[in-house]
Ligand binder design. Structure first.
Ligand SMILES: NC(=O)C1=CN([C@@H]2O[C@H](COP(=O)(O)OP(=O)(O)OC[C@H]3O[C@@H](n4cnc5c(N)ncnc54)[C@H](OP(=O)(O)O)[C@@H]3O)[C@@H](O)[C@H]2O)C=CC1
Ligand SMILES: N[C@@H](CC=O)C(=O)O
Length: 418
């Protein structure tokens, strides 16, 4: 039986996950692919780390040795970073290898160029694992939604953040403790800044924007909000009011993209998406709404997506969709924003804001609980920053006198988006 030779770039959480899943499921894969799949070697950075790997597999810090010793048919990139990763991917494609990558950061920046190089070399470049973990999201967009026009998506795309928000609320845990657990479970990036500051889902949004609309908005126009400032008491207070905090990525066909925190109640379709799960809710012109949900991070979920890509190279005629007609990037794209917002404050220190919101018919609820006080308001389609923009001076002046740090920070953040 012939062999598919696979080289791994990276042997960390994901590289090791791919190795163990291919090794343990060799028979299953063989039955589908009708060839054996052999891992030829893995590229690593630190040759002194203890590794659990078969003795006959090359472990090297030299990319060229990996490519030369036993020329791979497929290179799986699970090392992360931009360089030297980009150079290695291009070299592998130019050497006639198919490439699979889980690197959203790199694909957001260089995905289009890489796809051109793959096409020129008549090989495949696949990146299912880069967005949504194990969810067959890119496959769905490529193969199911070609005829449908995707008008918008709303999605939870960072497993670490969703896990942390769920864990802080359900276990009454601190942000720091929840982050440590997300790291131990292999959900977080080696440097979790991108996870907790919203950049990881931002890169994923850029990958999807390219895929769905053939273009990205200007990066500096995209509102990005991470979870690093969220307090456990805020989550507990919101829970007493029937709300959960979720980080949503919104993308629409006018290339309006945002990554922001939203309080939602149990009527929202993504309210129940908990733990490390990701979810994507499409609104497609003919189909209507479609929601996909599943594990968004971790070794098994990500390996699953990578191995599905690998298997698909050998099992069916490839559907290589045309890059969609490029959507025009609007000059002054309006940022989509929250429908609901909770302001956390002492009841007596936000009368100016209350006035503004009440004048606009926006206040829904005022509440107190052992976890603090809150104002819940809904902006009725008027983006918060537009609503407050009319009063920016008043609010800025007012918030300068407010002692409650949470109100001050949140108000300042809203104003900074104007
Ligand atoms: N963790 C997750 O759930 C998911 C991760 N991803 C993506 O997968 C990629 C890998 O993530 P993860 O496995 O978590 O990261 P890890 O840090 O666990 O693994 C990275 C691996 O790459 C190796 N490596 C890094 N830089 C170099 C270099 N310059 N030269 C050679 N080897 C290098 C490391 O070597 P050494 O072992 O010697 O340090 C390590 O084996 C990232 O792009 C990440 O965004 C995508 C989806 C989910
Ligand atoms: N760190 C990422 C891993 C998957 O992309 C996340 O938590 O979503």
């Amino acid at each position: 039986m012939s062999e598919v030779k696979v080289a791994l770039l990276g042997f960390g959480t994901i590289g090791y996950g791919v190795y163990t899943n291919i090794t343990n499921e060799q028979n299953t894969i063989q039955n589908v692919v009708k060839q054996t799949v052999k891992i030829t070697g893995a590229l690593i950075r630190d040759p002194h780390k203890e590794r659990s790997i078969a003795k006959d597999i090359l472990l090297t810090t030299d990319f060229h040795e990996l490519l030369a010793k036993e020329k791979p048919d497929v290179v799986i990139e699970a090392m992360g970073g931009i360089e030297p990763t980009l150079t290695y991917i291009k070299d592998a494609l130019n050497a006639g290898c198919h490439v699979i990558s889980a690197n959203k950061d790199l694909i957001a920046r260089h995905g289009k160029d890489i796809e051109e190089i793959a096409k020129a070399n008549n090989v495949f470049f696949a990146y299912e694992a880069s967005v949504g973990g194990g969810i067959p999201l890119i496959r769905t967009i490529k193969e199911l939604l070609q005829f449908n026009h995707i008008e918008q998506i709303e999605a939870i795309l960072n497993g670490t953040s969703n896990f942390i928000l769920s864990y802080m609320r359900s276990e009454k845990a601190s942000f720091e403790d929840a982050l440590e657990i997300a790291k131990a479970k292999g959900y977080a990036e080696p440097d979790p800044t991108n996870d907790v500051e919203g950049y990881d889902p931002f890169y994923k949004a850029m990958v999807l924007s390219n895929l769905m609309y053939g273009a990205q908005p200007h990066w500096e126009d995209v509102f990005v909000e991470g979870i690093s400032k969220v307090k456990t008491d805020e989550l507990l207070l919101a829970e007493t009011l029937g709300f959960r905090l979720k980080q949503f990525v919104s993308i629409n066909d006018a290339l309006q993209v945002s990554v922001g925190l939203h309080f939602v109640d149990n009527t929202h379709p993504l309210y129940g998406v908990e733990g490390v799960d990701n979810a994507i809710r499409f609104k497609a012109k003919t189909l209507g709404f479609l929601t996909l949900q599943g594990p968004g991070a971790g070794a098994n979920a990500t390996s699953s997506a990578i191995i599905e890509d690998l298997v698909s190279f050998y099992t069916k005629e490839k559907v290589v969709p045309e890059v969609p007609k490029q959507t025009r990037v609007p000059e002054n794209a309006e940022r989509p924003t929250s429908t609901y917002t909770l302001l956390f404050t002492r009841e007596d220190c936000c009368e100016k804001l209350v006035d503004i919101l009440q004048e606009n018919g926006a206040i829904l609820q005022r509440a107190s609980s052992p976890y603090g006080s809150a104002l819940l308001y809904k902006t009725h389609g008027t983006p918060t920053y537009q609503l407050l923009a009319q009063y920016a001076e008043d609010v800025a002046l007012y918030s300068a006198h407010v002692t409650n740090e949470q109100l001050y920070t949140r108000t300042k953040e809203v104003i900074s988006t104007i």
